[in-house]
Design a protein around this ligand. Structure first.
Ligand code: GLU
Length: 307
């Protein structure tokens, strides 16, 4: 099958989406994120055979927030394999990403690694293994992208740390059920720093590309995970990667994806490409409003999705 003309399609999407730039609401519960202009829009596709297509602000770094949960989960899965699932489930939660309610009914075992409670368990795994979990994660994405300048933004991390009451409550609550090995506050500290990693669309697409390539990172040839694990991580993205809107997102876009409240969404088409879109305005489910439109148009106009 010949590849679609991704360069022209990205240009068209940019042009047709322009009247919608700025739509949605920029996250402001982390004060530092509220300073980002809603009108930004960037999109990048990186193919497994090495082509890069970009439009708009594709080279401007932004706060990856929950997209970090994908990389953290990959590292934890590398370390623990299936025993990770003793501590965190693999089901969509049907609740908001930062909800506490289910945790009590389910004895402190979060539904999946992409809601905050599940991500805190994953970060706990990393904190136990590494002296500084966030540094291990930064080094991981640097390797996946070949970009040594990637780092976390201290101002964003401190801004979230100063407003992390809900996540702190979650971590302590899970500790009360015995599902936290390290001190809850140390885990929160590492978690806020990992969420504050800044990357651009090209870098994020490149970093996620191993999932589209049987677990091998085309950037450096590293076997990040085996092909079966790449399938499993992608399946989790499909069912749980876009918060409580995963069903609607899959209906519209048809790709495994992970979103963040910084307005980024990264998605993969196995065997072909990884794509990242960034538009900071969110819809009420916490997903980038214009970003979802861009991905829906991409899969509709190219006729390419996992279905
Ligand atoms: N750091 C954010 C939080 O814990 C991440 C949320 C997100 O991007 O979904 O609230």
């Amino acid at each position: 099958m010949t590849s679609p003309d991704y360069a022209s399609i990205l240009d068209e999407i940019y042009r047709d989406l322009r009247p919608h730039f700025g739509r949605g609401r920029v996250a402001d519960y982390i004060p530092e994120l509220a300073n980002v202009r809603a009108e930004h829009f960037g999109m990048a596709i990186v193919t497994v055979d090495g082509h890069v297509y970009r439009s708009g602000d594709a080279d401007l770094r932004f706060s990856i927030q929950s997209i970090s949960k994908l990389f953290a989960c990959t590292l934890a899965f590398q370390l623990l394999g299936d025993s990770l699932w003793d501590r965190v489930g693999r089901e969509p939660s049907g609740n908001a990403f930062n909800s506490l309610v289910q945790l009590e009914f389910e004895a402190g075992k979060p539904r999946n690694p992409f809601i905050n409670a599940g991500a805190l368990v994953v970060t706990d795994v990393l904190c136990r293994r590494f002296v500084r979990a966030e540094t291990a994660l930064v080094e991981f994405v640097r390797r996946l992208t070949g970009e040594p300048s990637i780092d976390y933004d201290l101002r964003v991390a401190e801004s979230e740390l100063a407003h992390a009451e809900r996540n702190r409550a979650m971590a302590h609550f899970m500790a009360s059920f015995g599902n936290m090995d390290m001190p809850a506050d140390a885990v929160i500290d590492a978690y806020c720093r990992q969420c504050a990693i800044s990357m651009n669309c090209v870098e994020l697409a490149r970093a996620a590309l191993f999932l589209a390539n049987g677990g091998v990172s085309p950037a450096n040839g590293e076997q990040v995970v085996d092909a079966s694990s790449a399938k499993r991580l992608s399946a989790l993205m499909l069912t749980c990667g876009t918060y409580d809107a995963a069903g609607d997102f899959v209906y519209r876009v048809g790709l495994p994806a992970k979103s963040g409240v910084g307005g980024g969404i990264v998605a993969v088409l196995p065997g072909e490409f990884a794509v990242c879109v960034w538009s900071p305005g969110l819809d009420p489910t916490g997903n980038s409003q214009v970003g979802q439109m861009a991905l829906e148009w991409l899969t509709t106009r190219t006729g390419r999705s996992i279905f």
